[in-house]
Design a protein around this ligand. Structure first.
Ligand code: SAM
Length: 241
């Protein structure tokens, strides 16, 4: 059974069904799998490799983990991580988090690996709930989370403004949004992003300056963005509305 705090977050009329490995699913049983399903192990090996991050993205695994830890400690109400993947960079922060966590991904394969990494044996975990859902159709009440995070996801989407709108809609008054995105700051990162784009894996490569303009049109002027190599780190702390 999902914990009571989680039930309060679910939007009226949305039903979540039990899926494999303790994951709750907002997708109907006939909706297809995700392209990430069969590659969770490979994903982990690649993206946690320091040499790969240094060489291709000129950024570091430690920076991703530090940013995730900052998101976790930014509040104490429920936190939502959209596109959580296998929790490869976030698990350390999530294990010690003293707040309810909802980890969402479209891929059951990625969620299953996240559950193993976090050692969640069943959905009766009192603090962390894993949900299979599409980020464009999240099954939660608007304005329910005091922190919303989405790491390494924005570059997958051509319409990043809509994605940021959907994430922002989940933010409770006074809450904070944290997101990262690959950007094409160097020839090598541009080349890799272009290959991913041509393979249908990512949006057309964007430079940090382009992402900043798009983020501004979704979030206004209350966000900040910095880059480390070809990884952009966005945070948004709107004044209470
Ligand atoms: C590049 S991985 C990033 C995973 C993780 N956040 C990290 O930093 O390692 C992108 C993740 O977004 C998920 N994803 C892609 N499209 C999605 C969608 N429409 N709704 C929810 N998750 C999605 C993928 O399944 C994948 O796990």
């Amino acid at each position: 059974m999902a914990p009571g705090w989680f039930d309060d977050l679910v939007a009226p009329g949305r039903e979540l069904r039990r899926s494999a490995n303790g994951v709750l699913s907002a997708l109907s049983s006939h909706e297809g799998g995700s392209r990430y399903d069969g590659r969770a192990a490979l994903y982990d090996r690649l993206v946690s490799n320091s040499f790969y991050n240094r060489r291709v993205w000129r950024s570091s695994v430690a920076s991703y983990a530090t940013f995730a830890a900052a998101a976790v400690t930014s509040g104490d109400g429920p936190m939502l991580d959209v596109g959580c993947g296998t929790a490869v960079f976030t698990a350390d922060a999530y294990r010690v988090a003293e707040r309810p966590l909802v980890l969402v991904d479209r891929s059951l394969g990625m969620l299953t690996r996240a559950a193993q990494r976090l050692e969640l044996r069943s959905q009766d975990s009192s603090r962390i709930v894993l949900v299979q859902a599409d980020l464009l159709d999240l099954p939660f009440r608007p304005a329910s989370f005091s922190t919303v995070a989405s790491f390494g996801v924005l570059h997958l989407f051509a319409d990043v403004v809509t994605v940021l709108d959907r994430l922002q809609a989940q933010l409770a008054p006074g809450g904070s949004l944290y997101a990262t995105s690959l950007v094409s700051q160097t020839a090598i990162s541009k080349g890799v992003l272009m290959l991913l784009h041509l393979g249908g894996e990512a949006a057309s490569p964007r430079r940090a300056s382009e992402l900043e303009v798009l983020a501004g049109s979704a979030l206004g002027d209350e966000f900040s963005m910095r880059t480390e190599g070809s990884m952009a780190f966005l945070s948004y702390h709107p004044r209470a509305r």
